[in-house]
Design a protein around this ligand. Sequence first.
Ligand SMILES: [Mg+2]
Length: 397
Amino acid sequence: MAPTLLYPYHAKYMFRRLQRAAQTEEYPLKITRIDALHVTIPMTSPFRKAGRVQNDADNALVRIETDDGLVGWGEAAAAPLLTGDTGARIMASIEFLAEILIGEDPRSIASLHARLSDAMAQNESAVCAIDMALYDIAGKHLGVPAYALIGGRSRTALPPSLGVNADPADAAKAAEWKARGVQAFKAKVSVADPAYEKDALRQIRDAIGPDTEFAIDANGAWKPAEALAFLDDVAELNLAFCEQPIAPGNLSRLRSVAERSPVPIYTDESFNEPADLIAHAEAGVAGVSMKTIKMGGITGFMSAAYLARLLRLGVNVAGKSATSSIGGSAMLQISTALPEMSGGIGLSNHKLTEDLVKDPVGLADGVLTAPEGAGLGVDVDETVVERFVQRRSTVTE
Ligand SMILES: [Mg+2]
């Protein structure tokens, strides 16, 4: 038989053998080096929302290396108003947790996730970056995309979403992005005068058409009466949901808004850990904005999403306003595997002046898919990363 015919069989056989050996002493694998990096990357234009104007991505990266040369990358974005984290703070937490990882098998993701989560309170962003890097390594080791390790494929084409401002100037931008394939829009509100914003939302709705998914996010800036007055006035705009209309911390007030609102209510800032889902379901919210930095990476996200499904809560796969293709790919891997999700996927790597990978994630010919390469499927350009590093620390065996 010709070698060309033998090869596919041989490759398949070797792959199966590798899979069987993957978690055994027959094929040991251990973490030998962890780099925690704080990076700041300028954004193409300032990002405005209630309480904050953001000019840079202020992120932490982790680079994990194994004894056989496999390298995995993870990322977590600063979210001072959400998690309380800055890039420097996440980096310091990764440094603290690195001692747990050294010498361990990077494929023992569930066990490492539990140990990391137990080692430090409120460290979800640091665990998020590390968890992503472990999936990157495990996928590369097995030759499969990360989504194959978290439930397989539920969909191929993912619905892209774009964040816009409640500003008439963004109506034309929204129409342009819709023509390029964006299927869902989310506008930040409660930043400017309500009448100005309501008018802007009408103009954006006109620009994207009556049936395109359109949601708003108030980032907790309204009082309950202000929220209800605003939502009553935009009820005819067929909004998919209003995210975090009032400040977090008082679920009975949230319930009063959720019960009266003509627009379904989602939460973000008041939803910080998977256990919060139960109280939120009882408060009558329709769904949550779920982020890897809040849930502790891919592992935490998937377990929270399954709990949300049991509670009949919608899950919007949300990212931070400035994340490179590393974190962006993790969102796409999750979105490919989730059996149900609501809203679109808002990548933000295009808002950075420079991405950190050679082939950025995003719309290609109007279609959004997860990278098919092994692990996170992104090829990190370390020379580009180097240019944005504020501080780096390395832990080795
Ligand atoms: Mg939000």
